[in-house]
Structures are given as structure tokens and as C-alpha cells.
Design a protein around this ligand. Structure first.
Ligand SMILES: Cc1cc2nc3c(=O)[nH]c(=O)nc-3n(C[C@H](O)[C@H](O)[C@H](O)COP(=O)(O)OP(=O)(O)OC[C@H]3O[C@@H](n4cnc5c(N)ncnc54)[C@H](O)[C@@H]3O)c2cc1C
Length: 411
């Protein structure tokens, strides 16, 4: 049995702790926040989506990105302020695009996503975790002929991973999700693509409910309001220097797994490891479905409006709508001009859903330039990274956590 510290109680840290505890190790989870999953794993789009596992490194996206820089309300917003990390990341993104690894990385991501989905379902069953899980698939829809055509053409290579990619007519879109209202906006929908094995659920509920199980059933230690400031190697032990309410604590471990989301880059800098994680900001609104009409009229199938890159998931009596990508550094300020398009989108397709009461949120996707998550060991032996899942941390973490736990177990 090893004594292992997991830094971060978001989805990456929670799933890592679970995988390690299942292997019989002693685990301490440390997070600087007062509660688990209060950073990016708080109010995301909710999708467990092998169907949305495509990496973004395409020439088309680079061209769209340049156009979007000059378009208000565009899915991508670029803040031109000078910041070395941002330009380093953008160059890395371009390089990954030029190398042409988009298809290979997408197929690998789909494979991880499918494995992760099964692990989540198993954890939910075995541990009795409630997180508004809906196994109703994910439906992409299109009101743009060019986008629809391009995505339909992907069937030929997505098939290699056994990816379900059912192409639907406009009528079939409504058969899958009857909540679409017959109005002029719905009539513009040209069709959709449906992945029936995908699912959706509340990442925050999953993390907080699983953390309870980790402590109560598997005897994990949860150290909150504690910030890890340094990791040093002393003989064969790893010593963490932590700050808890102005008190400095040192504790030693056999292994450390850094699952610190966008802060993982700071740990890599501290330990001299090569890493390129940038915070790509996104927004969500969580609408309270208070009245019966709103409850009836909000969709239950998780949706992707592909042309505008908005995702939506039903989470019990709430409806979550998320989107946008903003390159603006470590900054979680909520901008109304990024929230309004999400509310307008609800009104456009689901006009009977009241948006009177909603909670806006902004979070930072820990993103690598080629969109692939990191599960490697540091130059400081015994320290591992589990981070950089970008727009797919919820979708992928359960499987990548397993990869990290297997690596630790085999040393
Ligand atoms: C708008 C939006 C929509 C999204 N939609 C989806 C979706 O539909 N499906 C999907 O799969 N993914 C989605 N994502 C991505 C997903 O939410 C993230 O990839 C995931 O939550 C990242 O989890 P994490 O555990 O790596 O990081 P975090 O959740 O940020 O956790 C990191 C934790 O580390 C702690 N920490 C950091 N530094 C320290 C330190 N020094 N000491 C102690 N603790 C520390 C933090 O307090 C935090 O709790 C979305 C993201 C956004 C922003």
C-alpha cells in the first residue's frame, strides 16, 4: 500500500482518488477550495460525449478562429493582450494542426470517452452515486448546410472506432427530442446527427457525492482549504508544503498526482517539466425550471447546436446551456455579452422555457494545444500529472484516471 497525495478535488482528482483507492492505496485529496469541485468541475455542459470527442486542430477551425476574432457573439473570443503563455499555446495549436494528427487524436479520444462512459455507469451503480444521469444520447443539430455536409462526411472515418453517428432528417430530430417547438427557428433546422450511447449528468453532483463515498467507505482523507505550495523530493519521499488558513503544513508521500486543472501548469513550471496548458474560458447558464410549463418544454436529450457550438443538458429540474471559448488568461469574470447569447438560444428553440431565474457561471478549460489529456510522470520521479482534458474533462477523466493509477501501481 502506498501513501499518495492527489492535488485537486475536481473531476480529474476525484476519479484518480477513486481508481487509487480501489487498488488499495492510502489517499489524501487536497484542495484549496472550501468544497470539492468548485473550479471548472462546477457547472459545465454536462455531456459525457464520445460524439463530441473531436479535437479542434483543423485548418477549418483555424480559419474560423481568425474570422471569429472580429465577430461579436462569435463562439471564440480572443483577447489580444500580451501574455507569453497564450501565444506559446496558440503556436502549439497551429503546430498540432500542421502535423495533421487531428484524425488520429480524435479516434484515440473517442476510445477513451467510450471506456470512461462505462466506468461512470459502473461507479454510479456500485457506489449508488446520484448525479442526474440521463442515458438518452446526444443530438447534434444544424441550421447550416455546409456544417451539416462536412459532419456527415466524417462518418467514413469515425466508423473506424465503431462510433455511432446516425444521420437524421428534420422530422427525425423532433422525434428524438419532441421539446423542439414548431416555429420559424425550428423550421430552419436541416437535420441532425444522433449518438444514442452518449449521456449527460451533473459533474458537480458526481464529484461531491463520490468524494463522500471516498471518505466514508474507502477511508480517504479530504483536506480542504489547503493550498499546495511546493513539492520537494527528500530521499525517496515527496514532501508537500501546504498552506491551511495561514498555517504551513509539511507532509510526505510515496507518490503525488497533480490534478490541479489550469494550475497544473504552475506545478510543471515549479518541477521543470515540459507542459503547455492554457485556460480556455467558457460560460454556462443554469436555468431553474420552476413552473410546470418550463419543466415540460425543456429538452431531456442532451443537445449540441453545432454551427454555434452551444451544448445543453437537462439536469433534473434544471436546464444547463454552455458554450463559448475565450483566450483571456486566468480570469473567471462573468461577461454579460457572453451570457446573453446562451439565454437568447433558449428563447430561440424553447420559447416556453422561462429564463427568469438562472445562474450564470464562467470556468476555465485546462487545455493542451493538441487537446490530448496528460497522464505522464514528472522528471521528479513519483510525481504524476492527470490534467489538460480541455473541453472534455467530464467525458474522459474516469478512464485517464485509470491509466494514471495503473502506472503508479506498476512502479
Ligand atoms: C463552459 C464549459 C463547458 C464544458 N462542458 C463540458 C462537457 O459538456 N463535457 C465535458 O466532458 N467537459 C466539459 N467541460 C470541460 C470540463 O468541465 C473540464 O475539463 C473539467 O472540469 C476539468 O476538471 P479538472 O479536475 O481537471 O479541473 P478543476 O475542476 O478545475 O479542478 C482542479 C482543482 O484543483 C484545485 N487546485 C488547483 N491548484 C491547487 C493547489 N495549488 N493546491 C490545492 N488545490 C489546488 C482547484 O481548487 C480545483 O478544485 C466544459 C468546460 C467549460 C468551462
Amino acid at each position: 500500500m502506498k501513501k499518495i497525495a492527489v492535488i485537486g478535488a475536481g473531476i480529474a482528482g476525484t476519479t484518480t482518488a477513486y481508481a487509487l483507492l480501489k487498488k488499495g492505496h492510502s489517499v489524501t485529496i487536497i484542495d484549496s477550495r472550501r468544497y470539492p469541485a468548485m473550479a471548472t468541475s462546477y457547472a459545465n455542459g454536462g455531456q459525457l460525449s464520445a460524439s463530441n470527442a473531436e479535437t479542434w486542430n483543423t485548418t477549418k477551425n483555424v480559419i474560423s478562429g481568425i474570422k471569429w476574432m472580429f465577430t461579436p457573439d462569435a463562439p471564440l473570443l480572443f483577447n489580444p493582450s500580451p501574455e507569453i503563455q497564450k501565444y506559446k499555446w496558440m503556436l502549439g495549436f497551429l503546430w498540432a494542426t500542421i502535423k495533421g494528427e487531428h484524425k488520429k487524436n480524435t479516434l484515440e479520444t473517442i476510445d477513451i470517452a467510450k471506456k470512461a462512459r462505462e466506468i461512470y455507469f459502473k461507479i454510479a451503480d456500485e457506489e449508488g452515486i446520484e448525479f442526474e444521469l440521463l442515458k438518452k444520447g446526444i443530438l447534434r443539430f444544424y441550421d447550416n448546410e455546409k456544417e451539416f455536409k462536412l459532419d456527415k462526411e466524417k462518418v467514413s472515418w469515425l466508423d473506424q472506432e465503431g462510433m455511432e453517428w446516425d444521420i437524421l432528417t428534420t422530422d427525425e430530430v423532433k422525434e428524438i427530442e419532441p421539446a423542439f417547438e414548431n416555429n420559424k427557428n425550428y423550421e430552419k433546422i436541416l437535420g441532425g446527427i444522433y449518438t444514442k450511447s452518449d449521456a449527460s449528468g451533473d459533474i458537480h453532483k458526481f464529484c461531491t457525492n463520490l468524494e463522500k463515498v471516498l471518505v466514508e467507505k474507502y477511508s480517504a482523507t479530504l483536506q480542504l482549504k489547503t493550498t499546495v505550495e511546493h513539492i520537494t523530493k527528500q530521499q525517496d519521499k515527496l514532501v508537500l508544503t501546504m498552506r491551511h488558513e495561514n498555517e504551513i503544513i509539511n507532509d510526505s508521500f510515496d507518490n503525488v498526482v497533480v490534478c490541479a486543472g489550469v494550475n497544473t501548469q504552475n506545478f510543471a513550471n515549479m518541477l521543470g517539466d515540459k507542459m503547455n496548458i492554457y485556460p480556455v474560458k467558457g460560460y454556462s447558464v443554469t436555468i431553474d425550471l420552476k413552473d410546470d410549463i418550463s419543466k415540460q418544454c425543456a429538452p431531456t436529450v442532451s443537445l449540441i447546436d453545432q454551427p454555434v457550438k452551444i451544448v445543453a443538458s437537462r439536469l433534473g429540474d434544471r436546464f444547463r446551456v454552455a458554450g463559448t471559448a475565450e483566450l483571456a488568461g486566468i480570469n473567471t469574470d462573468i461577461r454579460q455579452d457572453r451570457i446573453k447569447p446562451l439565454l437568447r438560444w433558449v428563447e430561440k428553440y424553447f420559447p416556453n422555457v422561462s429564463t427568469e431565474t438562472y445562474t450564470p457561471w464562467a470556468g476555465l478549460r485546462p487545455m493542451t494545444p493538441n487537446m490530448m489529456p496528460i497522464t505522464k510522470e514528472s522528471k521528479t520521479s513519483g510525481v504524476y500529472y492527470h490534467a489538460g482534458h480541455g473541453h472534455l474533462g467530464w467525458t474522459l477523466s474516469a478512464q485517464t484516471a485509470q491509466v494514471v493509477a495503473d502506472k503508479i501501481d506498476s512502479t
